[in-house]
Design a protein around this ligand. Sequence first.
Ligand code: SPV
Ligand code: MG
Length: 338
Amino acid sequence: MLLCTRARVSAACASAVAPAAAASAFARHAQLQQARWAHGTTADKRRATLKQMIRQGELVRAIECHSGLTGLLVEEVRGANGERFNATWSSSLTSSTIKGKPDIETINTSDRIDIVQDVLEVTTLPMIYDGDTGGLPELFHFTVRSLERLGVSACIIEDKSGLKQNSLFGTDRKQQLEDVESFCAKIAAGKKAQVTDDFMIFARMESLIAGWGQEEALKRSRAALEAGADGIMIHSKEKAPDEILEFLREYNRFRGEYPGRGYVVCVPTTYNSITEAELQQAGANVVIHANQLLRAAFPAMRRTAESILNNSRSKEADSELLSVKEILTLIDDNTGLK
Ligand code: SPV
Ligand code: MG
């Protein structure tokens, strides 16, 4: 077995990367890992953070995490001016895709929660969980209890029924909406199940996705808030943000009737010309980048696999890869005890 820890990196490993780049990568990983060990968190602390941020008027910038590795990356990554993500999204699409399965609720809650735990274990950021349709109210009760116990901050369930299809198919696939009363009963069951004030349940409106229009989306949003939802998620698969902005203009007229609730989540996957600040200006409290990390990884893996096939060796792929030294030290074995 190759044992090549930070202290024992072989000369061969070291020569595979430019020394200056390697040194700065080292320093950066070490610094960020130190910060992680220094902060830590508890389920109670983490769970409460999401509502606190929203109440303080801070925009929640969430990005999907589907593994411990993506969790680590999201916790640590910074923009050029220190910008950071402040929440993670446990996506049904990416949790299914990494298992080679379609996004049709085929991954059961226990398996989804295993992925959640992997992310929670290496992050301190609050998490929002994609609860798909939530299943039957009796089952949703247990999902809420499990998520809340682990320190997840919010669950979003969508008003679809039958075989769930990913929203981004739009009407290319049959999108069945659940009747409002049944959906609201599920929201109410979830709110009854939670044991802290910190946990939140968002009602995801699929009317625009299914082609049922603005009126229906607004009517359903109000019904969900009446049933106790902490907020709504409004989804669209249009390229332009217009229908989302139109929805928000109307929604903003009545959300004030639900003080301390009525929050809005947006997922600008297709309408991504709009910025986070513009969405916030229009009324969004949470913006979720729902699948970009996995979509980035797959083409890179495919390119590398093809390059190895085409060249009968991996040398040509090297320039696109993390060095051996970096992959060995990316996950530091320093538990803070040494
Ligand atoms: C997900 O990330 O699984 C979502 C968002 O539900 S979407 O894929 O846009 O429906
Ligand atoms: Mg989903």
